[in-house]
Design a protein around this ligand. Structure first.
Ligand SMILES: Nc1ncnc2c1ncn2[C@@H]1O[C@H](COP(=O)(O)OP(=O)(O)OP(=O)(O)O)[C@@H](O)[C@H]1O
Length: 237
């Protein structure tokens, strides 16, 4: 059984169809990239999956549970974690406190939440920054902090929205290493990304959206050679 199944999802905003008949799956243990030009409907799809804005029609399943129509908190409780395009860190709180906010979904004592948060900061290579105010961290560090906070809800599937945008090549490599570690410890990843050199080498599958429609779905190599994708997106790179 697939971990995530998106079935014939439409999302309409008035007269605009941001997602049109989108279907795809994510298998357990895999990294899937969701790519496409600006305005293609990628963030809209994330919002449908994570409960922030339900599909107009169509269904979304996490294993055998229908999650379309659930609230963001219900989605988090059943196993969907997410980061946002603009890292929503609490800038005046320390790195540790930021991750503790996520940890409280499952942990019911401060010491347990603190322990989990410190482990997750270590996991994303930010362990030495636990007492640092999030607002004084670099963009790259804040993105990994957001990943640690999303992992604190112990997701089966982690949705990551442009965690590599604006990073230098060293920072992209650090982030890629963290994504691979997340996959290796058993959490599947669905990643919206414009930084193709970050996502293409590590993805098992790439789904391409353009103007709200799915135009390709396959291995990174097949998708890179697909004329529709080249015309719509890769040709612009
Ligand atoms: N809440 C909303 N109300 C109205 N239109 C919206 C809303 N959210 C998104 N849209 C529109 O839906 C379309 C898809 O937007 P979306 O943000 O999903 O694209 P995207 O692929 O994530 O783009 P980008 O790569 O630039 O982040 C766009 O035309 C956008 O203007």
């Amino acid at each position: 059984m697939s971990l995530l199944r998106v079935e014939n999802v439409y999302k309409k905003f008035g007269g605009l169809t941001a997602n049109q008949d989108i279907s795809f799956t994510v298998q357990a243990g895999e990294i899937v990239g969701l790519i496409g030009p600006n305005g293609a409907g990628k963030t809209t799809m994330f919002n449908c999956i994570a409960g922030y804005s339900p599909p107009t029609t169509g269904d979304i399943w996490l294993e055998d549970m229908k999650i379309s129509g659930m609230t963001p908190e219900q989605c988090a409780r059943v196993g969907i974690g997410r980061t946002f395009q603009v890292a929503r860190t609490f800038t005046s709180m320390t790195a540790l406190e930021n991750v503790m906010v996520g940890a409280f979904l499952n942990e019911h004592s401060v010491p347990a939440a603190r322990r989990t948060a410190q482990e997750l900061l270590d996991f994303v290579n930010l362990g030495r920054f636990s007492d640092k105010p999030a607002g004084s961290m670099t963009i790259s560090e804040q993105r990994r902090l957001a990943v640690a906070r999303a992992l604190a809800v112990k997701p089966k599937l982690l949705l990551m929205d442009e965690v590599m945008a604006g990073l230098n090549p060293t920072e992209v490599r650090e982030t890629v290493d963290v994504v691979l570690k997340i996959r290796d410890q058993g959490t599947s990843c669905l990643i919206v990304e414009h930084v193709l050199e970050g996502i293409m080498p590590i993805a098992n599958q790439i789904v391409v959206l353009d103007y709200g429609k799915k135009i390709a779905d396959g291995s990174p190599q097949d998708v890179s050679n697909d004329p529709h994708v080249i015309a719509a997106y890769l040709g612009d790179e």
